[in-house]
Design a protein around this ligand. Structure first.
Ligand code: SAM
Ligand code: F3S
Length: 475
């Protein structure tokens, strides 16, 4: 990360209002945008547009619904902009990347349009928008637009990471080169590009020095990570995780989201070799039917996916598995859907994402004949979600009476005398405890399971002497 950020005399009196749609990658990008604009213009995040001078929307175009929200939100912001002279509207993310020109034409109040790979250029784009606004010789003002894919440049121009909790997301690769027939991501985020190994390690060391205990390595296909090392060798995700576990303070490692074909033996072996790697894996399969998987161009069969899970469960019998499912892909029959249900029953999932297929313009699947009625697709989605919810609830209930290692993250929202943390399988647990536990791993016996959280009591505090992160509880 470079520190060559220029800080400006800020033209803004209000703060920054930022809406994020979509995945964890977008959440990560939004954190970086907020930090960048704070550093350059002193813009503080605010909770409503009225308190802001800059409003930004970080968009997602993976499904149609998310895309529709963009234009309805922009309609509301148009009025807001007219109330003060130097207000700025910006649209970023995947919709901007795909529909940049359309946004410029349909929503003339938008000042800057940037893509997932150009968000680091935001300050320069905002400066340019303000300059154009002040130039009376230009009658028709047009949005400043940059939706190019300058590869890894983004990471060299973002601020040093700033910690706002004991767990941090770290983007290690961007983009996707798999071109599943239903998905826009390769077109909106570009091809897979990995950050250099040392850059990732430096970022994590900085986070650890600020009290971070858990890192979640992010990428559209994070298990396709191939980062160049100082000696020119290539590190895969397994090599990266082995290196991260040696960083003092980092005692929990997660990675999302993965592609089944990139679950190599060396990554599978990490479940035996790296105790810091959680017993949780998010591995999307989309469908249990080989016919549908082929139409989706996933390039693997259900049996190969099952074999990967079996290998990992041999090493970690308590592995909690989550996935993504698409229902009603063009040509999906009732029998295909039953294959999906069968696979879910067999593998037992612990929370998952499932959606009805949404045709995305420009993708190969959008032109496939799709004769199934929406009514039937909705019934299938309902049946799948019912099964997935049942499995999730059974896992939560099965945790009652067990002792779980919990990373204490914050004060509980329920009570002044409680704190909250997360188990390896990402359940929130509330329990009696002092704020000084924040940042520590504690052992908690689970007493009760609710729909969205667990209750427990501390049975051991192995890090009681550690005082890991006073900044998280200091007054
Ligand atoms: N890398 C991951 C993988 O191996 O599948 C997926 C990342 S993708 C951006 C996130 C999820 O969005 C997919 O797993 C898929 O379930 C969902 N998705 C993508 N395109 C979709 C579409 N056209 N309709 C419905 N869901 C979609
Ligand atoms: Fe999308 Fe398939 Fe890549 S779902 S993100 S094209 S692995």
């Amino acid at each position: 990360m470079s520190g060559n950020l220029e800080s400006h005399n800020t033209p803004f009196a209000g703060g920054l209002y930022l809406i994020t749609y979509g995945c964890q990658m977008n959440e990560y990008d939004s954190e970086k945008m907020a930090s960048l604009l704070e550093k350059t213009y002193g813009l503080e995040l605010v909770d409503e547009p009225e308190k802001a001078d800059v409003v930004l929307m970080n968009t997602c175009s993976v499904r149609e619904k998310a895309q529709e929200k963009v234009f309805s939100e922009l309609g509301r912001w148009e009025k807001w902009k007219k109330q003060k002279s130097n207000r700025i509207i910006g649209v970023g993310g995947c919709v901007a990347s795909q529909e940049g020109e359309v946004i410029r034409q349909r929503a003339p109040s938008v000042d800057v349009i940037f893509g997932p790979q150009t968000l680091h250029r935001l300050p320069a784009m905002i400066d340019e928008a303000l300059r154009l606004r002040g130039d009376d010789s230009i009658k028709k003002k047009r949005a400043v637009i940059d939706i190019s894919f300058p590869e890894i440049e983004k990471f060299d121009n973002l601020p040093e990471p700033e910690v706002n909790g004991v767990s941090a997301m770290v983007s290690v690769m961007e983009g996707c080169s798999k071109y599943c027939t239903f998905c826009v991501v390769p077109y909106t985020r570009g091809e897979e590009v990995s950050r250099p190994f040392e850059d990732v390690m430096r970022e994590i060391r900085t986070l650890a020095s600020q009290g971070v205990r858990e890192v979640n390595l992010l990428g559209q296909n994070v298990n396709a990570y191939r980062g160049v090392m100082a000696d020119g060798e290539i590190a895969d995700l397994a090599v990266l995780m082995h290196a991260i576990r040696t960083i003092d303070g980092i005692d929990r490692i997660r990675f999302t989201t993965s592609h089944p074909n990139e679950m190599t033996q060396s990554i599978i072996d990490c479940y035996a070799e790296i105790p810091e790697l959680v017993s949780h894996l998010h591995l999307p399969i989309q469908s249990g039917s080989d016919r549908v998987l082929a139409l989706m161009k996933r390039n693997h069969m259900a049996i190969e996916y099952k074999s990967t899970i079996r290998k990992i469960r041999k090493l970690r019998p308590n592995l909690s598995l989550s996935g993504d499912f698409i229902i009603g892909f063009p040509g999906e029959t009732c029998d295909d859907f039953k294959e999906t249900l069968k696979l879910v029953e067999e593998l037992e999932y612990d929370r998952s994402f499932s959606f009805i297929y949404s045709p995305r313009p420009g993708t190969p699947a959008a032109s496939l004949p799709d004769e199934e009625s929406m009514e039937k697709k909705k019934r299938r989605l309902y049946a799948l979600q019912e099964l997935l919810n049942k499995q999730t609830q059974a896992i939560s209930e099965g945790m009652v009476g067990t002792v779980q290692r919990v990373l204490v993250e914050r004060l509980s929202r329920n009570s002044f005398t409680e704190v909250a943390g997360r188990t390896e399988n990402n359940r929130v647990v509330n329990f009696e405890g002092s704020p000084e536990l924040i940042g520590q791993f504690v052992d908690v016996e689970i007493l009760e399971a609710f729909a969205n959280s667990l209750r427990g009591k501390v049975v051991a505090t192995p890090e009681a002497d550690r005082h890991v992160a006073p900044q998280f509880y200091a007054l």
